[in-house]
Design a protein around this ligand. Structure first.
Ligand SMILES: *[C@@H]1O[C@H](CO)[C@@H](O)[C@H](O)[C@H]1NC(C)=O
Ligand SMILES: *[C@@H]1O[C@H](CO)[C@@H](O)[C@H](O)[C@H]1NC(C)=O
Ligand SMILES: *[C@@H]1O[C@H](CO)[C@@H](O)[C@H](O)[C@H]1NC(C)=O
Length: 412
């Protein structure tokens, strides 16, 4: 019967071979996410002043791979996050790696899992609690490339991110390890699970979803990526288009509690957002860990960043997008510099209910996230007042964009 139905519908039935564990099994869900997903955001405490500020939480989209649950990155000291961890005078090696099931997309750019897919059900959205979000926190260390652990980790990274083999030797890439000491997971309603690292690492029988559900395009079809210099205006336009078309990113705050995380760490949390004229807004509740960090807890700080990645672009993908962001094309990867990463930094505020700005922001949020119309009345609009903008959308380092230039750009 089922088979007949599938045959009859033929190509209309999307093949979603992505089956996460039962979400009430927190440990299995966390391990499945680490084994299945390809990228997330690494949040560090900024040591820099360009497009961010010293001491502010800075999220940065990063590719990763795990070996038995341990996440590894392939990194270079020229990277902003690595400067925060290892290079700057005030560098400290603690960080969090935030992952979301919303990053699993089908070939048409819709979330693979219905719980994460915008408008697939009353509450379906990347911010819907059953669309699982995992934040792994701990110390990042550089591995010596001759150690067996580094060799195994590099193998795992190259399997999940084949284009990394082509990275230039001049950048002296190394394997960085996240030694996890805290695990925060939301996979259902009712607040974060605080998973013991020992249970996470002892878990066996992880079976990651196949990663081949997005077909690779043929190597022969690949053209050279666009070359520098891009005009200043085109960088600014890219930033504005990301704010206009993407649906979720990573909100980074400074943790105020030890529930699955550590006080004082930069804490990344996958978050839905919408913009009005480039200005980003969130729809949030005081029950959320990030909002406690910003507004509610003792020691709360309103400093925050929102990190966006072009890898999360919804909708049918262009040939150019595949070349830039799609794993399986020659250089395509979420960490490929032309696959744009935008980090908006500043101070967050709650908007007073019923003001013109609040109404416009809420309308924009509900238009991009229809599920928000169904949330309880305690949800409010939070605004990130922009102070710094950091963008990588090409080889050759970050663009630092003045918020006034960004907001003034015409992207109609
Ligand atoms: C998931 O696990 C819970 C708790 O063990 C159980 O009550 C529930 O029925 C399970 N859900 C599914 C879809 O199997
Ligand atoms: C890496 O390990 C090798 C072999 O144990 C050792 O000779 C070398 O000094 C180490 N390098 C660093 C940078 O620690
Ligand atoms: C905002 O105002 C609406 C309409 O009066 C009300 O239902 C809602 O609870 C208020 N929200 C907050 C967060 O106070």
């Amino acid at each position: 019967m089922n088979n007949l139905l599938l045959c009859a519908l033929g190509g209309l039935v999307p093949t979603l071979a992505v089956t996460p564990p039962n979400a009430s099994d927190h440990v299995a869900t966390a391990r499945w996410m680490a084994a299945t997903l390809t990228w997330g955001a690494l949040s560090t405490t900024s040591t820099r002043m360009k497009g961010t500020s010293i001491g502010a939480p800075f999220g940065n989209p990063n590719s990763f791979a795990d070996v038995n649950g341990v996440p590894y990155l392939y990194a270079s000291l020229s990277d902003a996050s690595m400067q925060d961890l290892f290079v700057a005078a005030s560098a400290k090696p603690r960080a969090s790696l935030a992952l979301t099931e919303a990053s699993l997309m089908d070939k048409d750019g819709a979330a693979s899992l219905a719980t994460c897919r915008i408008a697939a059900c009353t509450f379906c959205d990347p911010e819907n609690p059953p669309c699982s979000r995992l934040v792994l926190s701990g110390v990042i260390s550089r591995l010596n490339s001759s150690e067996p652990e580094a060799v195994a980790a590099k193998d795992a990274i190259f399997q999940r991110h084949p284009s990394f083999k082509l990275m230039p030797a001049s950048h002296a890439f190394f394997v960085a390890k996240l030694s996890i000491d805290s695990i925060w997971l939301i996979s259902a309603y009712g607040g974060p699970a605080n998973i013991k690292p020992s249970e996470y690492f002892n878990h066996t029988g992880v079976s990651p979803a196949p990663r081949a559900h997005i077909p690779a395009i043929a190597d022969s079809a690949v053209e050279a990526p666009p070359q520098r210099p891009l005009s200043r205006d085109s960088h600014i336009k890219t930033a504005r288009m990301m704010a206009k078309t993407l649906t979720w990113g990573f909100l980074s705050t400074t943790s105020t509690d030890n529930v699955g995380r550590k006080v004082g760490d930069a804490f990344g949390n996958p978050y839905s957002f919408a913009d009005v004229g480039g200005q980003p807004y969130l729809f949030a509740s005081d029950l959320d860990s990030s909002m406690k960090d910003l507004f509610k807890a003792a020691g709360a700080s309103t400093r925050a960043s929102i990190a966006l990645s072009e890898a999360s672009q919804p909708g049918k993908k262009s040939f150019l997008w595949k070349q830039k962001c799609q794993i399986g094309t020659v250089l395509g990867d979420p960490e490929n510099p032309p696959c744009a990463r935008l980090v908006l930094s500043g101070n967050a505020t709650k908007l007073a209910n019923g003001t013109a700005e609040e109404k416009a922001a809420k309308a924009a949020l509900v238009a991009r996230h229809p599920a928000f119309a169904n949330l309880t009345p305690d949800f409010y609009v939070a605004k990130l007042n922009l102070e710094g903008i950091w963008l990588i959308d090409m080889f050759g380092g970050a663009q630092i964009i003045a918020p006034s230039d960004y907001l003034a750009a015409d992207v109609a």
